[in-house]
Design a protein around this ligand. Sequence first.
Ligand code: FES
Length: 162
Amino acid sequence: MAVLLFSAEQQQKFDSGLVEILSHYPADRKSAAMLPALRLLQSLKGWLPPAGLEQVAERLGTTREKAYEVATFYVMFFTRQPGKYVLDVCTNLSCSLRGAEKVLAALEQKLGLKAGSANDRFTLRETECLASCGTGPCLQVNEDHHESLTPAKLDALVATFT
Ligand code: FES
């Protein structure tokens, strides 16, 4: 028995979303819509499950392998279910000079996780520049930026995680 990927409401959003996305691409270049199609899938499921990647590939007239190539190239896509909170700590030069390693070490200690690992609640990662170089150290939690982090700010932020 096939695993149901979407609820009826999600399936409707996926179908109508793909129609809208594909309206911007020539019919013989549907595979060029891979990025927005994957973003649509992830917005509905929270990650890119294999059955979803297969649906995207099929609808874009390409192979599952092509969908995986794109999905595994960009860090914003998850091919495994992430924690409820995805924490990306920028450790590039500007943030590093302003204490990013201390922020990362503090998070590892507070969350009981090493960078690059995850549990049901948290995914903790080092990441490349988050475009907040003048206000580092910078941490992105899901889609929110937190800048000029200090130990006190970090404590307050971690206390908001439910
Ligand atoms: S170096 Fe950290 S945001 Fe740019």
